[in-house]
Design a protein around this ligand. Structure first.
Ligand code: NI
Length: 134
């Protein structure tokens, strides 16, 4: 376990009260844990901005009946094969597929992969969720 470092913060009363109300509704047990998550979120934002390495998942639904679409989706995934860890395909119903693509690598390349998939006609919804690798 890493060493704990303690420090004090000076904040306006209104600001800390608003923060406390917010983290209470989120379910945090302490300010420390809420602050840790805020710091991690900011560091992840910086990593993405600077083109660092991230991990994540692309979750998308698409029209099963567009045959050319399936080929395009596969071609694009092969173009970005170095980023893709695994894919899971779910036949949601007669006409819709759900695909979850686990990724790890350069943040801009992952965003490019997600965009290339998202813009295809027949892709109904796509969400990219990104997290830190450390
Ligand atoms: Ni399917």
């Amino acid at each position: 376990m890493s060493d704990l470092y303690r420090f004090g913060i000076s904040l306006d009363k209104d600001l800390i009260e608003a923060f406390d109300r917010h983290i209470k509704t989120q379910g945090y047990q302490s300010r420390s844990e809420a602050l840790r998550d805020l710091i991690r979120e900011e560091l992840l934002r910086k990593t993405r901005e600077e083109g660092g390495t991230v991990a994540g998942a692309i979750v998308m639904t698409y029209d099963h009946h567009k045959r050319e679409l399936v080929n395009r989706l596969l071609d694009i995934q092969h173009d970005f094969h170095d980023l893709i860890i695994s894919t899971q395909h779910v036949h949601l119903d007669h006409g819709n597929c759900l695909e979850v693509i686990a990724v790890k690598g350069s943040a801009p390349k992952i965003e490019k992969l997600a965009t290339n998939l998202k813009v295809l006609v027949g892709v109904k919804h796509l969400n990219l969720s990104v997290t830190a690798t450390d």
